[in-house]
Each structure stands twice: as structure tokens, then as C-alpha cells.
Design a protein around this ligand. Structure first.
Ligand SMILES: [Zn+2]
Ligand SMILES: [Zn+2]
Length: 153
């Protein structure tokens, strides 16, 4: 079977921010969808604004996004199965034999709508690369790192 890419867009909050989760410290932060998906400035890694550790950007997808990807992949597989079995049933039934094949298509799973809540994060702009991020800024945090270039903001 050949590889199939499943892509979908994520709706941001009303300022266009989308939630990401740090795989190390499990903290959520937000990035502007337009900056994150800017094809003219692709970047391989993201930095966690809280702990400063970096990983390839796919490692920062939030649980909701991963769940949605799984649901879409499941539906894609179901659709392919339905197509294949439907074809098989038709070709079996066309022959005047005693074998009759009925195939009941599988039902697709519900795909969640990803919605961002407007929470009380603080917006920061990196002085180095000018990208934006929104984080939950607690008084205890002494340093904030830019998710794109990793410098202190
Ligand atoms: Zn972290
Ligand atoms: Zn930066």
C-alpha cells in the first residue's frame, strides 16, 4: 500500500492561536497558526517556552490534535475498506452464481471539532525572531523561552 498523507487544519482561537503541549513538562502554550504553518519559513524544531527543551515540532502536538488525526486516519481506512468490499460485492453478484454477497458499509467514527478556548495566557513577542507565543505566565516563572529560536524573551 502506498503512503497516504492525511492533513487537516486546526482552528485557532479568535486571535489565531493554537495550543501545543510540551512533551517534557506537559505544559500548554499557544502559537499563532499563521506563523507555525508559514511555508516560507519552515523550521524543524520547537522549544518549550517553560523548560526550554527542544524536540521536532511534531512532538508538540496536543492530545486533541493527535486524537483528531487518529479519527481521520480511522475514517480513511474505513472508507477504503468500504470501497474495496463494495467493489468485491458488486463483481461477485454480477456472476450468475449461487453465491450472493452482501456488504454493509462500516460506519465512520465521529471526528471532533477542535476549538480553542480563550484562556488567560499572556502574549509575548520574541525580540530575536519576532514570532509570537501565548503562555500561562505565572509569577514563579523566571524565564520564558521563544518556541521558535529558543532565546529568553
Ligand atoms: Zn516544557
Ligand atoms: Zn525567537
Amino acid at each position: 500500500m502506498s503512503d497516504t498523507t492525511i492533513s487537516f487544519t486546526i482552528q485557532g482561537d479568535n486571535e489565531g492561536y493554537v495550543t501545543f503541549t510540551c512533551p517534557y513538562c506537559n505544559s500548554d502554550f499557544k502559537l499563532q497558526a499563521g506563523e507555525y504553518q508559514n511555508e516560507e519559513e519552515p523550521f524543524p524544531d520547537l522549544f518549550c517556552p517553560y523548560c526550554g527543551l527542544s524536540k521536532e515540532k511534531t512532538g508538540f502536538y496536543s492530545e486533541d490534535v493527535l486524537e483528531k488525526a487518529r479519527e481521520l486516519a480511522t475514517n480513511y481506512a474505513i472508507e477504503e475498506l468500504n470501497k474495496a468490499f463494495g467493489k468485491m460485492a458488486r463483481s461477485v453478484n454480477r456472476k450468475k452464481g449461487i453465491i450472493k454477497m452482501t456488504y454493509k458499509p462500516l460506519k465512520k467514527v465521529n471526528v471532533r471539532e477542535l476549538k480553542e478556548n480563550d484562556t488567560q495566557e499572556v502574549e509575548f513577542q520574541c525580540g530575536n525572531c519576532n514570532h509570537h507565543t501565548k503562555i500561562l505566565y505565572c509569577a514563579g516563572a523566571s524565564k520564558i523561552f521563544c518556541p521558535y529560536c529558543g532565546v529568553d524573551i
